[in-house]
Design a protein around this ligand. Structure first.
Ligand code: BMA
Length: 379
């Protein structure tokens, strides 16, 4: 009781929000824009029919190409674009022109507008650089870093400048009628892991929740961004719903439950991926049903996809009959200089899994861009 009282005195505004927000079948934000409300409701309906396919950085580059207008590795295989485009804001907090993987933010804005104009869904992640260990970027686990950016912390004013930069970027994302483009925002992702400065080995559950609540409060109430759907995300190491929800900030500040899981070993020798992803999707599906939220497999993939049937024999089986909004595979960097191997997760023309990906594309349950255009997700 004493703790609660002290806490609410310290951070009143964003604590009290929880009293009345988050009810009903719309997004958590009661002031969400029309298109954002439509997207939330349409995604709920869509989850009963199938799931969307997403790809990180899809329009910017692929294996063996960079910045070619209209190009997409997914399109070279299927003739269609993904239904979900993932982009990462890492670096924006430093005022950089390019994100951590070299994409100019100016180009990213245009890719986002292009994807939205074609009826697709946009999701943003944020590999924010640690204020404590800048040279390691987001991959710094100095204790106390999250605490330092919370209200009262030494880096709190700095953190607000980061959010101000994010707000400028997001506010510039407009559709042809001047409407704000809805964004599935997934900050501080994979928090159950042990590699980022917001992970569970680097900050307490309470600090994480406070960081989330402050971030939502600031972007929604101070910056008036009402086009965000908030995506809560863990890694694949959580076993129970209690563990999954350990850092859940509240129904009033989350719209989607998700986790990230990658195939790391040979799927023909080890069925861990199918089993684990399947059971985690079931678990978050049940939680989402209770809470009236959406779900996703927010990041996945098998690096360089050496198993030709990975799409229909592994990924599809892992998803099973779980009703999720989307699955997104990570970026197609191509040859990675830093560890001297290929780093990509989506097929491209001629890649060994391309034929199987075409089969995956042809299934009635997989939604790509042409399918979602017909769904009119924003109306
Ligand atoms: C990782 C790798 C890195 C990249 C980071 C953020 O999985 O792809 O090369 O910098 O994601 O996009």
């Amino acid at each position: 009781m004493a703790l609660r009282y002290g806490f609410s005195l310290f951070f009143p505004a964003f604590l009290f929000l929880s009293v009345w927000a988050g009810e009903g079948d719309g997004p958590a934000n009661p002031a969400a824009t029309r298109e954002t409300v439509h997207l939330f409701r349409n995604l709920k309906k869509l989850a009963g029919k199938g799931f969307m396919f997403g790809h990180q950085d899809d329009l910017a580059y692929g294996v063996n190409w960079r910045y070619e207008a209209g190009n997409s590795d997914i399109k070279t295989v299927t003739g269609d674009y993904p239904a979900v485009y993932g982009w990462d804001l890492g670096g924006i907090e430093m005022g950089q022109e390019n994100n951590l993987d070299g994409i100019p933010f100016k180009k990213m804005k245009q890719f986002i507008r292009d994807g939205y104009a074609r009826g697709a869904v946009i999701t943003l992640s944020w590999h924010a650089r640690s204020p404590s260990g800048a040279e390691k970027g987001a991959w710094d686990t100095t204790h106390g870093t999250v605490a330092s950016i919370l209200p009262g912390g030494a880096n709190h004013a700095l953190y607000k400048t980061w959010l101000d930069k994010i707000a400028v970027f997001i506010a510039a994302l407009k559709g042809s009628k001047g409407e704000s483009i809805p964004v599935l925002f997934r900050p501080f992702h994979e928090h159950s892991g042990n590699w980022f400065w917001w992970c569970r080995n680097a900050c307490t559950d309470f600090e994480y929740k406070t960081l989330w609540r402050f971030t939502v409060y600031y972007l929604q109430n101070e910056k008036k961004l009402n086009n965000l759907l908030w995506v809560y995300n863990t890694s694949d190491n959580v076993k129970t719903s209690g563990e999954f929800l350990a850092r859940y900030p509240g129904d009033d500040m989350v719209d989607m439950l998700s986790f990230d899981a990658y195939q790391s070993d040979d799927p023909q020798k080890n069925d861990w991926f199918v089993k684990n992803v399947g059971s985690l999707l079931k678990m978050i599906g049940e939680l989402a049903k209770e809470k009236g939220k959406l779900t996703a497999l927010a990041e996945t993939g098998y690096e360089a996809i050496p198993y030709p049937e990975w799409w229909t024999d592994v990924l599809l089986k892992a998803i099973g009959d779980n009703q999720i909004s989307y699955v997104l595979v990570w970026r197609n960097h191509g040859y990675a200089e830093w560890n001297k191997k290929m780093h990509y997760y989506a097929p491209y023309k001629g890649q060994v899994s391309a034929a199987d990906f075409q089969k995956f594309y042809d299934l009635p349950v997989t939604f790509f861009e042409k399918d979602v255009l017909a769904e009119k997700l924003y109306q």
